[in-house]
Every structure is written in structure tokens, then in C-alpha cells.
Design a protein around this ligand. Sequence first.
Ligand SMILES: [Zn+2]
Length: 71
Amino acid sequence: MSTCFVDQVATREILLRVTNVCGVCYSDLHEGDPIYYDLQHYRYLCQECYEKLCEKMNEQCEVLEEEGLFG
Ligand SMILES: [Zn+2]
């Protein structure tokens, strides 16, 4: 899934300048946490949301399960 996400470690810089919450569940991110940048939606995810999303995605980074709900 490395084509869909960039895995990083939350730094003070990211938390201050970009975001300090997960883009999906809005839980707090903390310095040193593993975080995942979603290249499709330009947002950072916490590890839990990243893992959930990965399970639903195909190789094109499309979320199959939710197709049609918003369409
Ligand atoms: Zn989350």
C-alpha cells in the first residue's frame, strides 16, 4: 500500500504546521506517533484508520466497500 500512503512519524513540525488530529476519526496525534499521509485525500491518518482503510482499498487506492454511498 505504499503507493497510497506515505508512512511517517509525527514530528513537532507536522503537528504544529499541518495537523494534530487524524483526518478521519479526529483523534489527537502526538509527537512520535506513526502517521500515514493519504495521497488520495491529502490528509494524515492515525495508524488505526490507516489499517482500516488499507483493508478496504484495491490496488488503485480506491475504497471499494463505500462505493455508491456517496455517488
Ligand atoms: Zn484516525
